[in-house]
Design a protein around this ligand. Structure first.
Ligand code: PNS
Length: 161
């Protein structure tokens, strides 16, 4: 079976990677899809986010990274993807994810599997990581080394510019 882990991944964290690794053990093939059409204010471009994900998942042979435009259900239909995989950190995630899962099933007949986040990463969010980094905090414990480097470079460039 083929699964998809969609998200903004701005940037990818150890929490995201925990879900991708676990999905890669459950499904034959996993596509990690970087959404680029949300109204969010991104720190990294879609290509930058995808490149960091590709680096972080390079040792998982059945995982590929792609960019996602348009509706997730259309992407799934075109690529014969059976299941959407989402991580759940806390009750608030569930409420939002349940709504999306129900809608995606209505508009695209795609199933969603929700995995509870590992207890080590339940407190993580890309939004918090961006905030901590932009205020000069250390995020190296929350993201892969390459991501920590790229965040530091981005924050330094913003300070100078
Ligand atoms: O990491 P995020 O920001 O929670 O990821 C959101 C994402 C990319 C998974 C979501 O915005 C999405 O599915 N976008 C594709 C557009 C779509 O299909 N929207 C309808 C969802 S019911």
């Amino acid at each position: 079976m083929r699964a998809i882990c969609p998200g903004s991944f701005d940037p990818v964290t150890h929490g995201h990677l925990d879900i991708v690794v676990r999905a890669s053990r459950m499904f034959d093939e996993v596509l990690v899809a970087v959404g680029r059409n949300s109204a969010k204010n991104y720190l990294f471009s879609p290509d930058e986010r995808a490149a960091m994900l590709a680096d972080a998942t390079s040792e998982l042979p059945n995982v590929r990274v792609d960019l996602l435009d348009g509706l997730l259900v259309d992407y799934c239909r075109e690529r014969e993807i059976d299941v959407i995989v989402k991580g759940l950190r806390f009750a608030g995630d569930f409420e939002f994810e349940l709504q999306m899962a129900q809608l995606n099933r209505v508009i695209g007949e795609v199933e969603t599997v929700m995995l509870p986040t590992s207890k080590d990463w339940g407190h993580l969010s890309s939004t918090m990581i961006r905030e901590i980094a932009s205020l000069g905090g250390d995020v190296s414990g929350f993201v892969p080394p390459l991501v920590a480097e790229r965040i530091a470079a981005k924050v330094a460039a913003r300070r100078e510019g």
